[in-house]
Design a binder for this molecule. Structure first.
Ligand SMILES: NC(=O)c1ccc[n+]([C@@H]2O[C@H](COP(=O)([O-])OP(=O)(O)OC[C@H]3O[C@@H](n4cnc5c(N)ncnc54)[C@H](OP(=O)(O)O)[C@@H]3O)[C@@H](O)[C@H]2O)c1
Length: 280
């Protein structure tokens, strides 16, 4: 990639993306980062050799792609201060919950892509969903895919509402998985394992099961049946999970997260419409 890319915000997700795209062969000198935090800038330039600055006027206007990697609540202020510099760029927002129409308003452009990464992106094992605005070209989409796939798997969704479902599943998913792991570890400790063994056995069991499911052509349901001998220990354990309606709990979990994602989008839109037309 020879384009100039600017990151607005140089925190955790920006660091993951920058690390990924440099590993994939991008020249660090073509990457610019603006973050008001000088320590963070020093860390990024020392680690990756990118141009990181706490002075917004040091980011060149000729950047082809701007990646907005600030917290959702900081996005409006960040854009207000900087957007005039980047009138012809492709904008990619990774801010959770902010819909494409709102992003187009904030960036005063229709050439906008909304992306939803998840935390395993930090170690190159992420899942990112992308949705494009109406003025985005195939070339823009390829550019965004190239950037985001440096942190893992990417896929495009057909409408913005799907991003709420994606947020509920892959965006929030690491939280559910960590909760499940935590519960297994605590249960193992209650069975008499020490904390280290409980953690190790639990994590390796999770890792092995996921790897097996990824490699297998069988459905996950078949894999579960294959390890559940009638009258055996797995069956005894699973019957308790069924009694406690773990499946129903997961359905409700995803529904609740999906509704909350929609609510967050509504709340953010409301805050935008509270601005006067002159400010918008
Ligand atoms: N972390 C995740 O797993 C994850 C997953 C999906 C999506 N996202 C999205 O990714 C975005 C970034 O999240 P993160 O976890 O990387 O956050 P973060 O670590 O807090 O990074 C945000 C950075 O932006 C800086 N900043 C604040 N205001 C700014 C401004 N006006 N201009 C430029 N930089 C500014 C912050 O500086 P200060 O610390 O000094 O405020 C901080 O260094 C969020 O919108 C989030 O919704 C994150």
């Amino acid at each position: 990639m020879t384009h100039k890319v600017a990151f607005i915000g140089g925190g955790k997700m920006a660091t993951a993306l920058i690390g990924g795209i440099i590993t994939n062969g991008t020249d660090p000198r073509s990457i610019y980062v603006y973050d008001p935090n000088t320590e963070q800038c020093r860390l990024l330039s020392d680690t990756f050799g990118v141009n990181a600055t706490s002075l917004s006027n040091e980011v060149p206007t000729a950047c082809d792609c701007i990646i907005w990697a600030v917290k959702p609540q900081s996005l409006r202020n960040a854009a207000e201060a900087l957007i005039a510099k980047f009138s012809s760029a492709l904008h990619i927002s990774i801010a959770a919950g902010i819909r494409i129409k709102t992003l187009q308003t904030i960036f005063q452009s229709r050439r906008v892509i909304r992306a939803m990464p998840n935390t395993p992106a930090l170690i190159g094992a992420g899942v990112t969903a992308l949705f494009s605005g109406d003025a985005v070209t195939e070339h823009d989409k390829n550019h965004a895919t190239l950037i985001l796939q440096s942190t893992g798997y990417t896929f495009w969704v057909e409408d913005d509402q799907r991003m709420d479902a994606v947020t509920a599943l892959s965006g929030s998913g690491p939280g559910y998985v960590f909760h499940f792991i935590e519960s297994l570890i605590n249960s193992a400790i209650a069975l008499g394992f020490n904390a280290d063994d409980a953690r190790k056995l639990t994590l390796l069991t999770m890792q092995g099961s996921v790897a097996q499911a990824l490699e297998s052509t069988d459905s996950v349901s078949l894999l579960r049946q294959a390890v559940t001998s009638p009258g055996g220990t797995t069956e005894a354990g699973l019957s308790v999970m069924n009694q406690w309606r773990i499946h129903d709990a997961m359905v409700a979990t995803l529904q609740s997260a999906c509704s909350r994602a929609a609510e967050l989008g509504d709340e953010f839109e409301l805050s935008i419409h509270e601005l006067s037309p002159a400010e918008r």
